[in-house]
Design a protein around this ligand. Sequence first.
Ligand code: IMP
Ligand code: MG
Length: 174
Amino acid sequence: MGEKKKEILIAKADIDKRVVELAEAIFRDYEGKELIVIGILKGAFIFMADLIRQLRCPCKVDFVRLASYGTGTVSSGSIMITKDIETPIKGKDVLIVEDIVDTGLTLSFLVARLKERDPRSLKVCVFLDKKERRKIPFGADYVGFDIPDHFVVGYGLDFNEMYRFLPDICVIKE
Ligand code: IMP
Ligand code: MG
């Protein structure tokens, strides 16, 4: 597979600064509570690792893996949980952490499924938000950066499983 041309959209220094701000906002909202942070695999793993280390409230972590039928850069309508969380969340304060919200289908699905388990509260923190791409209305409670409709990689985000390791958020140039 040939290397694609990439251009930096958000540099690591700006990512680091924004993660600290997000963690502070989350800390203010959850001070004194014990938070359960749920990351969506695989894309959120780097962002979540950075975020929880900046959070000053104690938290437990868990992960969920979702699959959507359809491949490539467009997600399709039907989604399923292929690896569920292992932590009971009934009566708990839960924060979902995701790399990016695009059409909104993935997060709407997961929020609906987790709400069925009666958490005390359920909020969503996304690192990136492509608001103009929504197919259904979805608003995250904490957003790192709003970005235009470009396909981005790095900081955990992939293109065909490549580029997750890049420290910056980059746009792929075709
Ligand atoms: P949604 O269900 O359309 O909101 O899609 C969210 C999922 O699509 C994310 O968790 C990503 O895995 C993937 N995705 C959407 N846009 C991008 C992108 O620009 N780069 C990498 N993955 C993306
Ligand atoms: Mg993802």
